[in-house]
Design a protein around this ligand. Sequence first.
Ligand code: CTP
Ligand code: MG
Length: 241
Amino acid sequence: RELTGEVEFENVDFGYNPDKIVLHDINMYAKPGQKIAFVGSTGAGKTTITNLINRFYDIQDGKIRYDNINIGKIKKPDLRRSLGIVLQDTHLFTGTVMDNIRYGKLDATDEECIKAAKLANAHDFIKRLPDGYNTVLTGDGANLSQGQRQLLAIARAAVADPPALILDEATSSIDTRTEAMVSKGMDALMAGRTSFVIAHRLSTVKDADCIMVMEQGRIIERGTHDQLIDMKGRYYQLYTG
Ligand code: CTP
Ligand code: MG
């Protein structure tokens, strides 16, 4: 069954340790194709929510549904295949650039991988590597810049062509030009897919359909950028402060 990318959380409580709840009563609904952004200070629970969208952990209470299916009932590997993830530190393995992209969909052809790299805005830098797509990466891609690793992560997610995505924006400094390349690739990847974005730069969340402002494991405000600015609450503080 093809998933559309509809995601719903209903009254979700979660703790990594059941004695210490870190997410409280999370409710949210993402229509297929929407962009949902999470903002909030460190430890607020942004990464934890995305870990649950991935179903990396069991929840203590509540429901998480994909297309109205309670995903507690789906075998995790099936679900994983339906999501694309671009993490801050993507794991690249020793092997060619092509194989590292193909990891997003193991039976992808070379043509599909190249198409994904083009969408991700990664094709140009790959072509300039000593052996292009056949360049062998050292473990963890140490012979690439951080921005290049991110572009490969975007290409890897694109080749899987998932209905939903999780993007964890890098905090560490990449130069402005690389940052522009990465965000162009991410925009292309997000088009037409439900996207959950952990944003560290408020400038990148402005166009989200819904921004979730988190604090101490709760969603304390939500809305579009303009709505949240008008509210003159926490988001306004973060944005103007
Ligand atoms: N936490 C935990 N065990 C983990 C990971 C996190 O107990 N394995 C706790 C943290 O101590 C924190 C809460 O869960 O109190 C939320 O953490 P997290 O979701 O990682 O916060 P973020 O909002 O992602 O923080 P950051 O901006 O620093 O990434
Ligand atoms: Mg985090």
